[in-house]
Design a protein around this ligand. Structure first.
Ligand SMILES: Nc1ncnc2c1ncn2[C@@H]1O[C@H](COP(=O)(O)OP(=O)(O)O)[C@@H](O)[C@H]1O
Ligand SMILES: [Mg+2]
Length: 234
């Protein structure tokens, strides 16, 4: 589904992603781990086309995307939920969901898509007409993910979705990822909550100072305390 080859990214002259190669197969959950500042967010932004200073190849669903704008990738079926959620103030949950649509359906189709999405996100279903920003941080994160799912993407990039969220919602969030996977969505997950992330992932890559220093099957990395301590402590 995604094949990244020799990807580099720069902020001015600072070379923050260095020649990384990795792939994500259709239907997988893959976690990208690493300390603060390792280059995880930068990698996701490069994948989505939100920054372009760098080089390499990003093949998504058979299309070379490097150098293509974000909206092209979105239309190919790639979605991104940034760390800061960006729920629009003054809009209801329903209206925020409408913003995620890829096409302009008629009112009936729109209502149906919102209903279908809300089935996967019960917390939102009860709150469709409430203002989005009036909800808790975790609920807003659910809304950000639901909004991305409105486009029915093939693959979703999630940047630290469980950060700063109440434990009970963290549980729900990880169940949700498993559910999205079962429904056929491929997931690239960036998480500090390493144990939780690995426990639902197929594979993982560890990024350190802009380089991939380790990769493997999630269950093996989960058992490897040494690697986790070395590369994943915040
Ligand atoms: N807008 C920016 N301008 C300059 N440097 C940045 C910017 N954003 C991030 N960096 C630097 O790039 C490196 C990687 O950052 P980032 O991708 O955010 O890491 P992570 O998401 O793994 O914490 C860090 O050294 C960070 O300080
Ligand atoms: Mg980050």
């Amino acid at each position: 589904m995604l094949k990244v080859t020799k990807l580099n990214a720069f902020y001015d002259r600072s070379h923050v992603v260095q020649n990384i190669s990795f792939d994500v197969h259709k239907g997988e959950i893959v976690t990208l781990m690493g300390r603060n500042g390792a280059g995880k967010t930068t990698t996701l932004r490069m994948l989505m086309g939100l920054m372009s200073k760098g080089s390499g190849s990003i093949v998504f669903d058979g299309h070379e995307c490097f150098g293509q704008p974000a909206h092209t990738r979105f239309h190919l079926g790639l979605a991104y939920v940034p760390e800061d959620r960006r729920i629009v103030q003054g809009l209801t949950v329903r209206e925020n969901l409408q913003l995620g649509l890829i096409a302009s359906p008629n009112n009936n189709q729109m209502a149906q898509m919102i209903d279908e999405t809300a089935e996967t996100f019960p917390r939102l279903k009860e709150r469709l007409d409430q203002e989005g920003t009036s909800m808790s941080g975790g609920e807003q994160q659910m809304l950000a993910i639901a909004r991305a799912m409105m486009a029915r993407p093939k693959m979703i990039l999630l940047d630290e979705p469980s950060e700063g969220i109440m434990p009970i919602l963290v549980d729900e969030m990880f169940e949700l990822f498993t559910h999205l996977k079962e429904q056929g969505t491929t997931i690239l997950l960036v998480e500090q909550n390493v144990e939780r992330a690995l426990s639902i992932s197929d594979r993982a890559y560890i990024l350190d100072q802009g380089e991939i220093v380790h990769s493997g099957v999630a269950s093996e990395l989960l058992a490897d305390q040494e690697i986790q301590e070395k590369y994943c402590a915040v």
